[in-house]
Design a binder for this molecule. Structure first.
Ligand code: COA
Length: 170
């Protein structure tokens, strides 16, 4: 996947309407790191590290959602051939429950719809909010990995979920 220079990542045109007035999307850049770390630490007890964010900004598809000039959510995914993987999604605490997570996931699905057959993800079995988001967006559970994640009490399972795009041949 081609890497764009970090100071030359384009604003995505024509893709922000779904979020409503005052919202916009653009590619995440390294300058977003402090904000991403702050949001991540507010919304999950198991935050991505600075290294994970930087690597993902540099190597994957990385987007932020802004209200005005303020970053309020983010989305990371990667695609290899027709298989895509959702790597991280987060919405600032004070903006949760307003449909933004669902719209951000919809944004991802629309971006890859023409080229992907499946979008995969892994989620902690205890993360009911995220599981609710994925189920309501059309993902199906396809498996689990026992004791996959470290947790506050030891280990916890990962649920494997997949969104199947309709086969264009049908
Ligand atoms: C998961 C997350 C991105 C959802 O974003 P959001 O903007 O709050 O979600 P939405 O308002 O779009 O809600 C979408 C769906 O999520 C589920 N959901 C949202 N809030 C919920 C809650 N408090 N409890 C249970 N399910 C909830 C519902 O299924 C909802 O669909 P519905 O409105 O049709 O019922 C957000 O909660 C978040 O950032 N969580 C912390 C980070 C995280 O866990 N990321 C996922 C890593 S795998």
């Amino acid at each position: 996947m081609a890497k764009l220079p970090i100071d030359n990542k384009p604003v995505i045109s024509g893709s922000s309407e779904a979020f409503g007035k005052g919202f916009s999307t653009r590619r995440a850049i390294r300058d977003d790191l402090p904000t991403l770390l702050k949001i991540e630490s507010e919304i999950t007890p198991f935050p991505w590290s600075a290294r994970q964010f930087v690597d993902s900004i540099d190597s994957h598809e990385a987007y932020v959602l802004l209200k005005g000039k303020r970053v309020i959510a983010y989305l990371f995914y990667q695609q290899i051939l027709d298989q895509a993987e959702l790597l991280n999604i987060g919405v600032r605490l004070s903006f949760q429950g307003e449909g933004l997570g669902s719209q951000l996931l919809g944004f991802c699905l629309e971006r890859i719809r023409a080229s992907a057959a499946q979008l995969h993800l892994e989620v902690r079995a205890s993360n009911f909010t995220a599981i609710g988001l994925y189920l309501s967006s059309g993902f199906k559970q396809v498996g689990e990995r026992r004791a996959y994640y470290r947790s506050e009490t030891g280990r916890e399972d990962a649920l494997l979920m997949t969104y199947n795009f309709p086969d264009p041949a049908n």
